[in-house]
Design a protein around this ligand. Structure first.
Ligand code: RET
Length: 244
């Protein structure tokens, strides 16, 4: 469908807004696992807001004949760490690995932003560095994360694997769109670029949330496990206190 970039952004605002409803519903209904649903609701909610700004032209800056959408990059800087956070909340690989994933994520998006504001070889070099950071991030998600994971149950592992696979496959398309878009080689019109990014965002965010919510039963295994660990810890500290 041939719509302008602003109209596609409006479509994005509505679809991501609607996509936030199921996560909010679960957050209100299942208090035990509320923090998981809150992360999912934040991911789609932030994106909906970002698209609302973009559709009204707020934060839209023209650079070298192309357009920089400030809200899009603010959205990515906030929501991609949340998507990674959700994955790590399922597999508990430790804070260090989360910090490393986060560092690479912020670095690649930051490099993508600087690449837009530069030109020629420098711009492509910065893009290349961002792509290298992405390859490292994808490797960690595919290989390190499952290796260091401690899953509360088999079904948590299955939900994790589905979400991780969707993430790695779809995230890989973003740099391709960047290259084809007006900020890259200009092979796509602004309207087509926005349409493709809206489609991708809907699957990486709403699709992710729906898959995660479909696996919501598995969250009880994680909560039950941490309750057991906490109870054991408090019991052992009580017995330690008794001994002393
Ligand atoms: C840029 C350009 C620099 C090189 C690379 C990029 C990758 C961006 C990615 C974005 C993912 C966004 C998501 C948003 C919504 O949920 C910054 C385009 C590698 C991977 C998942």
């Amino acid at each position: 469908m041939l719509l302008s970039a602003a109209s596609w952004a409006a479509v994005g605002a509505v679809v991501l807004g609607l996509g936030t409803i199921p996560s909010v519903y679960f957050a209100l209904r299942d208090e035990r696992n509320q923090k998981y649903y809150a992360v999912l609701a934040a991911i789609t909610g932030i994106a909906s807001l970002a698209y609302a700004f973009t559709s009204t032209g707020i934060g839209t800056i023209s650079v070298n004949g192309a357009v920089f959408y400030t809200s899009r990059y603010v959205d990515w800087l906030l929501t991609t760490p949340l998507l990674i956070l959700y994955l790590t909340m399922l597999c508990k690989p430790g804070k260090q690995l989360y910090a490393l994933l986060l560092g690479l994520d912020v670095a690649l998006i930051g490099l993508g932003i600087v690449a837009i504001f530069t030109e020629g070889v420098l711009s492509l070099t910065l893009f290349g560095l961002g792509a290298a950071a992405y390859v490292a991030l994808a490797y960690l998600l595919v290989s390190e994360l499952p290796d260091r994971a401690s899953f509360a149950s088999e079904r948590v592992g299955i939900v994790f694997a589905k979400l991780r696979n969707v993430t790695v496959v779809l995230w890989t398309l973003y740099p391709v769109v960047w290259l084809l878009a007006p900020v890259g080689f200009g092979l796509m019109t602004p309207g087509t670029e926005m349409m493709v990014i809206v489609y991708l965002d809907v699957i990486t965010k709403v699709g992710f949330a729906i898959l995660a919510l479909m696996g919501h039963d598995a969250l009880d295994d994680i909560t039950d496990q941490s309750l057991t660990v906490n109870t054991e810890e408090s019991e052992s500290s009580t017995s330690a206190e008794l001994v002393s």
